[in-house]
Design a binder for this molecule. Structure first.
Ligand code: ADP
Length: 291
């Protein structure tokens, strides 16, 4: 059984769709990405899982426990970073962290200091003096402090500069080694590609696909760029052509069909040049988003 399981989870807001029939499961110990454009339903899913909002229908479990009925028990072992963090400004970082840690039995000062060092966060600053990025770091430390079994991060990297993102990703790998499962949402593909074992793609409130990072990048899709006189006039419709784009003498195809057949077709054309390459994740995702 997965550490997180969603079964047809649906949340409708009064006038908005929210999420519809979302089902997937996250295995223990994996780093699981949740990707989709803004407004796709990532926060809604996460907030429902944490019982901040109630599902309209469907159900879900975390650690085998019901997200609504056993939410209190679940939350003890979950670290959560919301997409936007709000704090009382008139407090020192160290006081805020110690204060919020009182809910957890295993507060260790050393861990707080270690996390702050990794993220280059000054514990003695006042919250009101912190930049957006530094506030985010406070949220990250807060989410990880009690060594949770499951770490849920909603858009964790927004506001972190590239070097800090790097430290943050190292930190998440350390947490994974400790045995934690990590679920994080993002609308930035490259970071999901770097970090995740598997990824769920969400679009307009509905789950499009759950894939391993490996098969997403190593699937059979190919970018085929054909250069020849009159490429823009070429009217051959190949089977398996997902999209086509014409630029003067170049025709660029996203192709997901039989490669032998493609080569035969290409062979019969007066080609000046041909390039067959793996599409970028961006291109693969655009396909999922658009279709
Ligand atoms: P994401 O996190 O992927 O950016 P959200 O979960 O925030 O997406 O939003 C999904 C959909 O639900 C959007 O259409 C959004 O407008 C709607 N929505 C989110 N929160 C609320 C709310 N509190 N009230 C009404 N509609 C909401």
């Amino acid at each position: 059984m997965g550490i997180v399981e969603l079964h047809n989870l649906t949340k409708s807001y009064k006038n908005n769709r929210g999420i519809v029939d979302v089902s997937f499961s996250i295995e223990e110990g994996e780093i699981f990405g949740f990707i989709g454009p803004n407004g796709a339903g990532k926060s809604t899913t996460i907030r429902t899982l944490l019982n901040f909002i109630y599902p309209t229908s469907g159900h879900a479990t975390i650690f085998g426990k019901d997200i609504v009925k056993e939410s209190k028990e679940i939350r003890r072992h979950v670290g959560y970073l919301p997409s936007e963090v709000h704090y009382y400004d008139d407090m020192k970082v160290i006081d805020l962290l110690t204060y919020s840690a009182r809910f957890h039995k295993n507060f260790k000062e050393k861990r707080m200091k270690d996390l702050a060092t990794i993220l280059d966060l000054n514990l003695n600053r006042k919250i009101e003096d912190l930049s957006f990025g530094n506030r985010k770091k406070v949220g990250i430390v807060q989410a990880l402090l009690h060594e949770p079994q499951l770490i849920i991060l909603d858009e964790p990297t927004s506001g972190l500069d590239p070097l800090m993102q790097h430290h943050f990703f190292d930190l998440l790998h350390q947490e994974q080694k400790r045995g934690a499962t990590i679920f994080f949402s993002s609308h930035v593909l490259s970071e999901v590609q770097k970090m995740c074992d598997r990824v769920a793609i969400i679009k307009e409130g509905q789950l499009v696909k759950v894939e391993t990072m490996e098969s997403l990048t190593k699937n059979k899709m190919k970018n085929v760029t054909i250069a020849m006189e009159g490429a823009d006039q070429l009217s051959i419709e190949f089977d398996g052509v997902i999209s086509r784009e014409v630029k003067r003498n170049e025709l660029k195809l996203l192709y997901n069909g039989d490669i032998q057949w493609l080569l035969k077709q290409l062979n019969s054309l007066p080609l000046q040049d041909v390039l067959i390459e793996e599409p970028s994740l961006e291109e693969i995702f655009m396909h999922y988003y658009e279709s």
